[in-house]
Design a protein. Structure first.
Ligand SMILES: *Cc1c(COP(=O)(O)O)cnc(C)c1O
Length: 407
């Protein structure tokens, strides 16, 4: 790890009394939030080459092949099926496991909404389990209590920079002969758990190449598996004389050069996240999700717990509005699934207290910001201090945003 502790106390308190941008002050990040995807020469030359070769009209060519073989290598997986999105990949993974109307699928109550919807789409029942209060991830201790005779699969995501305890989840699933779908849409192959790549623990794993994701082709995804039966079932479903959920040669061509940039950008995100941890250590209103031991994280977003009592009652949504005005790309996290779906659409295990808390307390910082390392962390701290200083005025100035309007 290249990280070195910073003496932010000296760096950050340059102008604590300056007004927040929302009250007419200068934004901390005057150029605004960093762009994504990054416009660079490598991508520009891809577009040029596609244009002149005519390969942009193709369905399968050298780049789809290269993407498949690189993913096979990175994830040590035999089967790679490229898909039109991460959401489609999750659906196909569920179909690959033959999930149907009589089945139950276990997932965390704080999860990506479309994962719940995909389970319901197949007629299966989502079974919601609480998350861990520190790491924000599926609480593996509570999974056993969710098992029933109908349990077909566990669908779990590594969210907001955290890692699910896949080693324990895997042995639990094996004991009960239940399949795991490992959703890696928020991490890259740089993320490791006990030395193994995140995505190598599930019976099937899914990736997203959506517009905001770490690797992006605007849209796209992949299903990874070593189980021939899963791959075969997906191929049969997908193949209608033509592929129903394809990723094109044009998209693959944009992804391939990003694979070479992955490690370097991953390292920069790690450094940025460590600096953010450093500047939020003592009593800041945001506390980053804890990391499991023996993991190497990767950050599509950095999840944090927001505590409004440390910000004079400024609500989480108001805080995010004020931070974004400073040019810091931060948003509220997911709505928890049990808070946004009718009770008859799922079964729940226990009280889901931590997912309840996450519903109102999670904020996520977007990955392009982390690429700027110590400078980003200092800007983050400066924005926190400014908002802190004016929290009471800000909360009066900002009309409270209704909970119900959010999804
Ligand atoms: C983005 C995301 C998906 C879906 O990916 P799309 O390509 O946007 O459909 C699925 N799961 C998680 C956890 C995600 O973050």
């Amino acid at each position: 790890m290249v990280f070195q502790p910073t003496c932010y106390d000296v760096m950050s308190h340059t102008s604590p009394t300056e007004k927040p941008a929302l009250l007419g002050g200068t934004p901390v990040v005057s150029e605004g939030p960093p762009p994504w995807p990054i416009s660079d020469a490598v991508i520009a030359s891809v577009f040029m080459r596609l244009q002149s070769s005519g390969a942009w009209g193709k369905y399968h060519a050298e780049h789809t092949q290269e993407l498949i073989s690189t993913l096979q290598e990175q994830y040590q997986t035999e089967q790679v099926l490229l898909t039109s999105s991460g959401t489609a990949a999750v659906e196909l993974a569920l179909r690959g496991l033959n999930v149907g109307a009589e089945d139950e699928v276990i997932l965390a109550a704080y999860e990506f909404k479309a994962n719940f919807t995909n389970v319901a789409l197949l007629g299966a029942t989502p079974v919601l389990v609480d998350i861990d209060r520190e790491s924000g991830q599926l609480d593996v201790d509570q999974v056993a209590a969710a098992f029933s005779a109908r349990t077909k699969a566990i669908l779990t995501s590594h969210l907001h920079g955290g890692k699910v305890d896949m080693v324990r989840l895997r042995s639990l699933a094996d004991e009960h002969n239940i399949a795991i779908i490992e959703d890696c849409c928020q991490v890259s192959s740089c993320a490791k758990i006990d030395g193994c790549v995140a995505g190598s623990f599930g019976d099937v794993a899914v990736l997203s190449f959506g517009g905001s994701k770490i690797l992006t082709s605007g849209r796209g995804g992949a299903v990874l598996t070593n189980r021939a039966d899963i791959a075969q079932r997906i191929r049969l479903y997908n193949q209608r004389g033509n592929e129903a959920y394809p990723l094109s040669e044009m998209q693959a061509a944009v992804l391939v050069p990003q694979l070479n940039l992955l490690e370097e950008r991953h390292q920069r995100r790690m450094v940025g996240a460590e600096f953010i941890r450093e500047v939020t250590r003592n009593g800041a209103c945001v506390r980053p999700f804890s990391q499991r031991p023996n993991t190497i994280p990767d950050y599509y977003k950095l999840g944090m717990w927001y505590d409004e009592t440390l910000m004079d009652g400024l609500s989480r949504d108001q805080f995010c509005v004020a931070m974004r005005a400073e040019g810091i790309p931060i948003d509220s996290g997911f709505s928890s699934l049990h808070r946004t779906h009718a009770r008859r659409r799922f079964r729940q295990v226990g009280e889901l207290d931590n997912a309840d808390y996450a519903h109102g307390a999670v904020v996520v910082l977007h990955h392009p910001f982390l690429l700027n390392g110590q400078q980003a962390a200092n800007q983050f701290r400066e924005a926190l201090d400014k908002i802190q200083e004016h929290a009471t005025i800000l909360s009066a100035a900002l009309i409270p945003q209704s909970e119900s309007g959010r999804d």
